[in-house]
Every structure is written in structure tokens, then in C-alpha cells.
Design a binder for this molecule. Structure first.
Ligand code: MD3
Ligand code: FE
Length: 220
């Protein structure tokens, strides 16, 4: 539970020097997710809903390994992309959203200047060295009013961030362990991707990068 006064204090206490504006509606909160034990929580979730390579509509395997928590999870298979309440691998509901995850996403949205954010979906992506995520837009959600909050853990990655048009120029930013990015308003439908992950080893995640993406995927 986060009280309104707590949220206001956290918003103030997270210094402006840790905030890097990317574009209108998009800001990096450097180190916002440090020291919250998130990697251990991801391990617990992955015991119930293992990381897996999903398939694309065209029958190809996605290089990033994925799982989800929350009432909705992002899935991809030969029928396409969508959100589902059930994990197709286990036939069970996705693990529930840990309170610490929801509170972190809400606090990050607040620090970025957005109002109350209670995501129903957390997609968990795992990248091994050599894996990338090509430029795309996130358009599988029921609405685009809410922001998206993303949390980077483990090995650093180069994030590509463009504009609303596929042909808009793209800028690169390094995302490191503990960084949080909040995307909303005019940035919500921006094209984005992750360049091929470089080799490396991180004390908390080993030879991998983990990204948590919090979304309001269903209808309110
Ligand atoms: C900008 N994930 O899962 S997070 C994705 O690091 C995804 O795993 C990347 O793109 C990753 O869809 C990037 C940063 C991110 C997430 C959503 C966005 C940036 C965004 C939505 C709109 C604009
Ligand atoms: Fe995306």
C-alpha cells in the first residue's frame, strides 16, 4: 500500500539529477529500481511461469525469452500477439503481480509526473548476449492513455528510441541495472527497440539482461 503523502514525498525525494528526459512524455529515472530485491522476485515468478521462447505468427522463434505476472500476460503464437489471463505453457493463471512490483511502477510513474498507475500486466523479458529486439511499437493494449514503465536489470543494453513514424530519426541510450523508464503521452506510441546484447556477466543476473515492462493492458 502506498499512501498519497508517501507518493508525494518519494516524487520529491528522487532528485532531478537522476532524471534524464528522453522526449516529451519519456524520462529515464537512473537507479530508481536499485536495492529492491527485484531479481529474486523474478526468479520466484519464473519457477511458476518459466521463461520460454514464444513463436511469431510466421512460425519463427522470438530470441528474447519471456514470462509474465499480473492478471494479463503478453503472448505470441501462430495466431498472433495478444494478452491472455492464462499461461499457455502451464494452463494456469499468470503469477499475481507482487505488491512490490505494482508499488514500484506506481512510484516511478509518479516521479515522472503521471497520476496513479496500477498496471495489470508485467511482461518479463530475458536477453542473452547476441539477442536483440527489433524496432516496434507497443499497440496490443486495450488503450494508450496509461503510461508504460520499464525496469532494466542485469547487463546493460543500448535502447533505440524513435518517433511516432517508423521513418523518424532514432536515438540511442544506454540502460543499466536499476534504471527505470516511463513512457506516456506523446511518447506512448513511439518506435523503440534493443540492440544486440553484448557479452558480459552481471553479479545479480549472470550472462543476461532482464527487463520488466508494466502496462495497463486490459479495459478499465
Ligand atoms: C517506448 N521491451 O517488451 S523496454 C517490449 O528492454 C519492449 O525489453 C524492451 O520494448 C526491453 O515491448 C524495451 C522500454 C520500452 C517499453 C515500452 C515502450 C520503451 C517503450 C512503449 C512505448 C515507447
Ligand atoms: Fe516495446
Amino acid at each position: 500500500m502506498t499512501f498519497a503523502w508517501e507518493k508525494a514525498m518519494m516524487t520529491d525525494l528522487f532528485g532531478d539529477r537522476c532524471k534524464e528526459p528522453l522526449a516529451e512524455g519519456a524520462v529515464i529515472l537512473r537507479g530508481f529500481a536499485l536495492d529492491r530485491g527485484l531479481v529474486d522476485v523474478v526468479s520466484t515468478i519464473a519457477k511458476a511461469a518459466p521463461f520460454r521462447h514464444m513463436q511469431t505468427r510466421g512460425g519463427r522463434q522470438i530470441g528474447v525469452e519471456m514470462t509474465n505476472c499480473g492478471s494479463l500476460g503478453w503472448v505470441s503464437d501462430q495466431r498472433g500477439y495478444r494478452y491472455e489471463a492464462t499461461d499457455p505453457l502451464t494452463g494456469k493463471p499468470w503469477p499475481s503481480m507482487p505488491e512490490g512490483f505494482g508499488d514500484l511502477a506506481n512510484a516511478a510513474a509518479g516521479a515522472a509526473g503521471f497520476g496513479s498507475f496500477r498496471p495489470d500486466a508485467c511482461l518479463i523479458n530475458r536477453y542473452a548476449p547476441g539477442v536483440k529486439m527489433g524496432l516496434h511499437q507497443d499497440k496490443d493494449e486495450a488503450g494508450f492513455d496509461a503510461p508504460i514503465v520499464s525496469v532494466s536489470l542485469g547487463l546493460p543494453a543500448t535502447f533505440q528510441f524513435g518517433g511516432i513514424e517508423r521513418s523518424d530519426p532514432v536515438r540511442r541510450h544506454e540502460l543499466r541495472h536499476g534504471d527505470v523508464v516511463v513512457w506516456g503521452g506523446p511518447a506512448r506510441l513511439a518506435w523503440h527497440g534493443i540492440l544486440t546484447l553484448k557479452q558480459g556477466e552481471h553479479p545479480e543476473t549472470g550472462r543476461s539482461r532482464i527487463n520488466l515492462t508494466f502496462r495497463l493492458a486490459g479495459y478499465r
